[in-house]
Write a protein that binds this ligand. Structure first.
Ligand SMILES: Cc1ncc(COP(=O)(O)O)c(C=O)c1O
Length: 418
């Protein structure tokens, strides 16, 4: 295991990891659906509801505290994505933000225009654009993926994206296959023809450092409850996009960010919690990644992600070795130990002779939490013929899992499928 990753301290940062039922520890392998929450997140949300319980913008103490949360949370999210604080939009979740922005963006689409979606994305980054396209008579083209490599057919981008393309929507990491995609390449192809690029970073944000400037996208979204925070989403909306879009607006509301594209009163407690989740990565950066505690937030964050990547790579190797030694496994994702840099630790697989929901239920009997199904990954599950049946089993590893838990999981899987 990576020696400088202080897994004991990391695990101690998550109160839920100590919970037991009838003396049996809970073991969480459901991270791709939602992670456990860092203790500092719980504290920050409680504190916000106690000390900042007012609308923002007023002169009195609680309102001043609410305004301070908004400012700090936007600064934190900007450090996480490497953008300006006034390019951050908070929302309820990624799905509702994409639906909202699909309405705004498709406003001037014309029949005969085209958009490009992918056969790998979660449906949150498909249906909003699909419905907008249907409303406007816009043609949808599809970026396919290779069933041997689990990667996009990037060589098809030249023919898919052209002068009629208005938007390209792509996921940075698949919630089904686990593949990390070359979104920089896809966004460059979109930019070359003046198309808007939208990146779904929900499954990448818990595992790798995000840099919207390097990616070159117009929009990127992540959900805080997938990265150790509360139920909320943060979206990067480039200044250029802000200038192009007409927001939903009640007349008294101001035209300036962060209010401009976030109608109504936000969840201040969720913003406080999201900031605390971001600070958790920064704490790892200084505690395990060698960044000075006084270094700028972005520097501590990138050090944190480097430490997480090294640790999760070891966990992935351990899990894959055990899994591939079991009989009857079909892994739908990259299994080659030399290609672990191309995937997040999300493993979707079938076990011959054992339906996934039954295996998930047997794991639950042992207080091991994992999902069976197709996880709203409508397109990839359709490609694999897994959408209409019992689906597949999905194991998600996170930086709060340890080697003993992975061993326990593998032993349970062997026992259940013996
Ligand atoms: C890749 C991906 N995108 C989008 C979503 C939807 O996120 P939300 O629940 O915040 O709408 C999920 C949820 O699982 C996801 O995995």
């Amino acid at each position: 295991m990576t020696s400088n990753f202080d897994i004991s301290a990391v695990r101690a940062a998550f109160p839920a990891l100590a919970l037991t039922d009838a003396g049996v520890l809970r073991r969480y392998f459901d991270a791709p659906a939602g992670t456990q929450v860092a203790g500092r997140v719980i504290d920050a949300m409680r504190d916000a509801m106690l000390n900042a319980c007012a609308n923002d913008g007023g002169a009195f103490r609680t309102s001043v505290a609410a305004s301070a949360i908004v400012d700090a949370a936007h600064d934190g999210a900007a450090a996480l994505f490497n953008c300006d604080p006034d390019e951050i939009v908070f929302g309820l979740n990624t799905t509702s933000l994409f639906f909202e922005f699909a309405t705004l963006i498709s406003h001037d689409w014309q029949a005969g225009d085209e958009i490009v979606l992918t056969r790998m994305d979660h449906d949150a980054n498909v249906s909003p654009w699909l419905q907008a396209a249907a409303d406007k008579g816009v043609t949808v083209r599809w970026l396919e993926w290779d069933r041997e490599t689990f990667e996009f057919r990037y060589d098809s981008l030249d023919t898919l994206i052209g002068s009629r393309t208005r938007l390209v929507a792509v996921g940075q990491a698949s919630n089904f296959l686990g593949t990390i995609n070359d979104v920089t390449r896809v966004c460059a192809a979109a930019r070359a023809v003046g198309a808007i690029s939208v990146v779904d970073a929900v499954q990448s944000t818990p595992h790798i450092a995000i840099d919207v400037r390097a990616i070159g996208c117009d929009i990127l979204c992540a959900s805080a409850y997938k990265f150790f925070g509360p139920h909320a989403a943060i979206m990067f909306l480039s200044q250029a996009m802000q200038a192009r879009l007409r927001p939903w607006k009640v007349r008294p509301s101001v035209e300036t960010m962060p209010t401009r594209f976030a109608p109504g009163t936000p969840s201040f407690e969720a913003q406080a919690g999201t900031l605390a989740a971001i600070e958790h990565f920064a704490w790892i950066g200084s505690h395990c990644g060698g960044a000075p505690a006084t270094a700028p937030l972005r520097q501590r964050l990138t050090a944190g992600f480097e430490a997480i990547i090294a640790y999760e790579t070891d966990l992935m190797r351990q899990f894959l070795t055990g899994l591939t030694n079991m009989p009857g496994i079909t892994l739908h994702g990259i299994g080659n130990a030399n290609r672990l840099a191309s995937r997040v630790p999300t493993f979707t697989f079938l076990i011959a002779g054992h339906e996934a929901p039954a295996v998930a239920a047997a794991l639950a009997d042992r207080n091991i939490f994992a999902w069976a199904g197709y996880f709203y990954a409508w397109e990839p599950a359709t490609v694999l013929g897994l959408r209409d049946g019992p689906g597949a089993l999905r194991i998600g590893l996170s930086h709060y899992n340890d080697a003993a838990e992975v061993d326990a999981l593998l032993a349970a899987l062997r026992d259940i499928t013996r």
